[in-house]
Design a protein. Structure first.
Length: 199
C-alpha cells in the first residue's frame, strides 16, 4: 500500500531527489504505476542503463521499491509514497538539505509548467466541458500562517475525498491537482520569519 508522506527529515531521502531524472522517475511511477527501467526509459526519453542506476539510488533512499513481480534481471518498480510535501523548517540549519529543498521546489514548479503546457497544446481536441473544467484559477487571501495551514488542510481533505470518486465511470479521466501558495508582499517579510519554527 502506498503511503502519503511529508519529508520531515534532513537526510539522504531529500537529497536523493535533487536530481532531474530521479524526480521524474518518482513522478512517473506515482502517475503511471509500476514499471520496469526499460518502460520508464522509453517514457522519459533516457537510456535504460542510467534509469536503472537512478532507480537503485532511489531504492536505497526508500523512495521506490521492487514489486517482486519481475523475472530474472527484469525488475518492476513502484513508488513508495503517493504524495510528497517539503517543509523548510525540517531542514533549517542543514546547508546541503536546504540547497536540495530549494532546487526541488523550483524543479517542482518548472515541472508543473511543462505538464500544463502539454495540456494546453492538446486542449483544443478535448470536449469544451473539459477545457472549461481545467481552466486555471487564482485567488488572493489575507491570512496568518496558521490560517493558511488550516486552508491547506481543508483543500487536502477535499482532494482526498475526490481521489477515486470517478472510479468505474467511463467518462472519468485522471487529473493532476497542484497547489501553490506564496506571499504577494515580498518586500514585507514578518519580523523573525527566517527563524526555524517561526510562524
Amino acid at each position: 500500500m502506498q503511503r502519503y508522506c511529508a519529508y520531515m527529515a534532513a537526510d539522504e531521502t531529500l537529497r536523493s531527489l535533487a536530481h532531474p531524472l530521479r524526480g521524474r522517475l518518482v513522478q512517473q511511477l506515482r502517475v503511471g504505476g509500476p514499471a520496469t527501467a526499460t518502460d520508464l526509459a522509453r517514457t522519459l526519453g533516457t537510456n535504460s542503463g542510467a534509469t536503472s542506476y537512478h532507480l537503485r539510488r532511489l531504492e536505497a533512499a526508500g523512495l521506490v521499491a521492487d514489486t517482486g513481480e519481475g523475472t530474472g534481471r527484469r525488475r518492476v518498480w513502484r513508488a513508495v509514497e503517493a504524495s510528497r510535501d517539503w517543509y523548510p523548517s525540517a531542514v533549517a540549519g542543514d546547508d546541503d538539505s536546504e540547497s536540495a529543498l530549494g532546487w526541488l521546489a523550483r524543479d517542482y514548479a518548472a515541472h508543473f509548467g511543462e505538464q500544463y503546457d502539454r495540456w494546453l497544446t492538446v486542449a483544443g481536441g478535448w470536449p469544451v466541458a473539459w477545457q472549461d473544467a481545467c481552466t486555471p484559477r487564482d485567488a488572493m487571501v489575507l491570512v496568518t500562517t496558521e490560517q493558511l495551514d488550516a486552508m491547506t488542510a481543508e483543500i487536502a481533505q477535499v482532494v482526498e475525498r475526490y481521489r477515486r470518486v470517478g472510479q468505474g465511470n467511463p467518462r472519468a479521466r485522471r487529473v493532476a491537482v497542484y497547489e501553490f501558495s506564496y506571499p504577494l508582499d515580498l518586500d514585507r517579510p514578518p519580523t523573525g520569519a527566517t527563524s526555524p519554527g517561526a510562524r
